[in-house]
Design a protein. Structure first.
Length: 336
């Protein structure tokens, strides 16, 4: 890691193991010499996507927050560039970025990235110390009362900055991946009367309701209102309705899977079954049919994120169908 712009004295202190001292935390809330900051604009979306991709690639992972997803967050009701975004630059290059993003019906997510070639400690602390007061301001006049901040297991500086602002560990998510090279659907056994098929657009509201019910007991449960959810889904670049599958029993949707393909990566965004239909093999069937459909659409690998404390023990299912854990994401929360 190149600590660009960080004074030699601070480098020596960091190297000597002073990372947890309050004075160092306080100093890191100030931008190092040479760095400037400003608000983002829509014209910055590609630069920000390049930054987030660089963070993922440095962790040995595929990019996980593309330009289309950034635009979806920016288009959420209430987001304002001149209050809810922060860009840190060094000699004209983007070094760090953060914004506030409402999720579900009660959470306000503080999202932050620091380029691996820049001072992750000072910039992470500067971002979090700037974002947290604005988050509390939003909470005072909106339903978003809980702050959530996210850092991967590789982002030690960001985790420390999040904890310094009073956030506590609340959940651990894992990224699971698998190659689709050579994948074969094989013989998928379904309960009598159940079929797996593509979603009919006329069933979209029922599809959404099944996902809401399936995740009601999970961490961070709470989907955006239907119209907002549908807008976000259709806002994904290359959105393809053929990648939404349903498990149907006696004419009723009892399981749902929503996925998407970007540059040969198949993202499984949501998969769930109604609580009274769990334990019937529907989740495994949806996953296998979902892999086959992703493969048909040009994906060479598949990825999903899952809560390690998932009440349905979903990790065991995903491992059964061939997926493996690639990295971990720490979720922190606090009452704003």
């Amino acid at each position: 890691m190149a600590l660009i712009g960080l004074p030699d004295s601070t480098k020596r202190k960091l190297g000597a193991g002073y990372l947890t001292r309050p004075l160092i935390f306080s100093a890191m809330k100030k931008l190092p010499p040479g760095y400037t900051w400003r608000r983002a604009t829509r014209e910055d979306v590609d630069r920000i996507a390049e930054l987030t991709a660089a963070v993922d690639v440095a962790q040995g992972a595929d990019p996980s927050y593309r330009a289309d997803e950034i635009l979806i967050d920016w288009n959420r009701p209430g987001f304002e560039f001149d209050q809810d975004s922060w860009m840190f630059e060094y000699e004209g290059k983007l070094a760090a970025y953060g914004h506030l993003s409402p999720r579900g019906d009660s959470d306000l997510v503080l999202m932050a990235w620091t380029h691996p070639n820049h001072d992750q400690w000072a910039l992470s602390f500067s971002l979090m110390s700037a974002m947290e007061p604005r988050a509390r301001e939003i909470a005072g006049s909106s339903p978003y009362k809980r702050g959530v901040a996210i850092a991967s297991e590789h982002e030690e500086a960001l985790m420390a900055a999040i904890e310094a602002e009073g956030f506590k560990p609340d959940a651990l998510f894992v990224e699971m991946v698998m190659s689709l090279d050579g994948f074969q659907l094989g013989d998928v056994r379904l309960p009598a009367g159940v079929e797996i098929r593509q979603l009919d657009p006329a069933e979209t509201r029922e599809f959404y309701d099944v996902l809401v019910a399936a995740f009601a007991e999970h961490w961070g449960a709470g989907f955006a209102p239907f119209d907002e959810w549908l807008r976000d889904v259709k806002g994904l670049e290359g959105y393809d309705p053929a990648l939404s599958l349903v498990a149907v029993d006696a004419g009723r949707i009892v399981g749902a899977l929503f996925s998407h393909v970007t540059e040969e990566l198949g993202e499984i965004h949501d998969i769930g079954t109604l609580p009274d239909h769990r334990g019937r093999g529907l989740g495994e069937a949806l996953m296998r049919y979902g892999f086959a459909r992703l493969q048909e659409k040009g994906a060479t690998s598949a990825r999903l994120w899952v809560d390690k404390g998932n009440v349905t023990n979903a990790i065991r299912l995903y491992e059964k169908v061939g997926m493996s854990v690639s990295r971990k994401l720490h979720f922190y929360a606090k009452d704003l």
